[in-house]
Design a protein around this ligand. Structure first.
Ligand code: SF4
Length: 332
């Protein structure tokens, strides 16, 4: 039975002002790919037709494409969708400036502004910009929340930080940079995926490449191509008008390579199914082994239509390799 999505999360650009150790999609100032307004509007129109209720604009840092995100958010609101934004607040240099950045989104009735805290990742983090953004959102009536990952945040605004700290999942850059220093579990114990439900994912990510990612770096199909990717140049310029429905109709988690194995027995079953010998005796979590196996598949050219896009495997990193198994020691 075809799956139904409630949410589409747009990876508007992989470019970011930071290159955080915990980033799943290898976002960085060097990343170049960004979605066009035509791509965003096409997927928004299709999503609305299919009963999707909300879209998020994230990245990378989506506000690096500010006018495109604003136009796309307006388009989504016009199609009756709720819209949210995830941002690192680099633009909130003062309260007054933050209000200038956010006022157009307030006028659109943005449903949620999720703002990242760096308390865990940056020693003595100056969270003044986060504070400015939270205060500006409050004054403008935009519902806002602080994303606390790895450690609680405290920005001196009563009620702004919940203390509900999200755990770090060791995929993408986190698998390479953070996971080796936290590895304590044997690979044969990693027999489930605790974080994603491939039979009912609820939301999926779409970026400049068009891959419908049900976990970062695991594609259900390419919405620009209307099937498995990569899309042809003309499909990047003008996405298949029915691509999202075609991908969702064709998606069978029990038959799709990689997905079926994770579903059957987690990353350990995936490793066994594809003949991957674990490179380490201990892993930080399920995602650490999962990413290592998938990166090895990608590097070997196996199931490229599923282990995609290449951005999630560091293929656009200057001078880096894509294989978590062969990665350097953690930097922190
Ligand atoms: S175990 Fe694999 S599929 Fe599950 S959340 Fe982690 S990286 Fe994604």
């Amino acid at each position: 039975m075809p799956i139904r999505l409630e949410g589409i999360h747009f990876l508007v650009t992989y470019r970011c002002t930071y290159a955080c150790d915990h980033c799943f999609v290898w976002g960085s100032p060097d990343a170049e790919d960004a979605m066009t307004l035509a791509q965003l509007a096409s997927v928004i129109d299709q999503a609305a037709e299919l009963g999707v209720t909300d879209v998020y604009f994230e990245g990378g840092e989506p506000t690096l494409a500010y006018p495109i995100v604003l136009a796309a958010a307006k388009h989504a609101r016009g199609r009756g969708l709720d819209a949210g934004i995830v941002s690192n607040c680099f633009w909130a240099t003062s309260l007054e400036d933050a209000k200038v950045w956010l006022a157009p989104f307030a006028e659109l009735g943005i449903a949620d502004l999720s703002l990242s805290s760096y308390a865990y990742f940056v020693e003595d983090a100056n969270e003044e910009r986060l504070r400015n953004a939270v205060l500006a959102a409050g004054e403008l009536g935009i519902p806002a929340s602080v994303l606390e990952v790895g450690a609680p945040a405290d920005i001196g605004v009563p009620g702004a930080c919940s203390g509900d700290v999200g755990e770090i999942m060791h995929k993408g850059r986190a698998a390479v940079v953070l996971a080796p220093g936290r590895a304590a579990r044997p690979p044969e114990s990693l027999v489930t995926c605790p974080f994603e439900d491939f039979t009912d994912p609820g939301r999926a990510h779409v970026g400049p490449d068009g891959e419908l990612q049900i976990c970062q770096g695991i594609s259900a199909g390419n919405v620009y191509a209307g099937g498995d990717g990569p899309p042809a140049p003309e499909q990047l310029a003008a996405p298949h008008p029915d691509g999202l429905r075609r991908v969702l109709d064709a998606y069978d988690p029990h038959a799709r390579p990689v997905v079926r194995d994770i579903l059957a027995g987690g990353p350990w079953a995936l490793a066994q199914a594809v003949g991957h010998g674990p490179a380490h005796a201990r892993y930080a979590d399920e995602c650490h082994l999962c990413y290592e196996v998938r990166a090895a598949l990608r590097a070997a050219g196996r199931y490229p239509e599923v282990v995609a896009p290449g951005q999630c495997y560091a293929e656009n990193e200057p001078g880096d390799d894509a294989d978590g198994a062969a990665s350097p020691a953690p930097q922190t």
